[in-house]
Design a protein. Sequence first.
Length: 338
Amino acid sequence: MVSPIIIYKNDEFLFDAPSIQESARFLAKYLNTTSNKLFDHIERGYVCEIPYFNEGDEYYFVASKEIALNRRKELEERCHKNARRFWLVPANPNDYDVAGAFGYYDTLDWKRSYNYENGDILFMYVSGDVQRVRYKAEVIKGLVSNNEVSYDNTFWNNQQKYIQSKEFNYTRLRLIDERDTPELSLSLLRDYGLKGNIQGSMKLKGDLLDYIVSFFEYDLTEGYYPEEVPFSLEEGKRRTINVNVYERNPIARKKCMEYYGCTCQVCELNFEEKYGEIGKGFIHVHHIVPLHEIQNEYVIDPIKDLIPVCPNCHSMLHRKENGIYLTIEQLKNRLLYK
């Protein structure tokens, strides 16, 4: 089957290939390697939206939704190695406050009940009084080494379980989206093929997978931005910039986007209107209050403290003029009177 694929490098258009074979040949020549080494990366890329990293560069492969969906189903039905695996995972709020943890951290180290792999998707069913699927998370590190795991008891409600947790193997997750709807309750999941209770991780497929996936749309953790943008970086030197947890809070980002939409509040650019399907839901979220002024006890207001802006305007908001950052209104005025 012919699958036209567009290749992007670091969000910039690189090549429009008429087929996956041609995209592999082009990229192999571009990277001075063989197409066989790239075929699987490209297929997983356009089917599962998993980027390919090479020497610090990020490559995305995009096909039409229809082609990607059909190929995804083919790979899943054949249990092919390139099929992204989807899991339904229980989370007991009586043991661990997963809502509080996702509301504070952008990534979590989670018990590795199965051999989760990079790119796997975990839909997290919160039991107790909630009894519904609440979170969609992506595995960003299948197995976290013991010296990397953060044993934080802040959100553990059961201290005995917390002590036991130090014996677990861990997987690192990033939150992609969250929903709170009765349509993802246990009783309705059974209408779409769930059998029994959710007592352990289970692979998702078929109607149940399609039903759950249909409720999750956004990637809440894309578009992070550092607290300060350096005016220049000297050659040969690397600079690490830590991003404050408050701007990274994915649930706050979602509430901000739900309120304002995905249009830049400075220049009014909407990426979906400008670029089509690939731009849907894309926007940066800017923290209005300077992050260095925020203390640990600060509780974010996603409407008053955050605002969606495009990457260009975001860059300008993070640059200083005479030692002072421009406000949203000041930057708007620059565009009006240009």
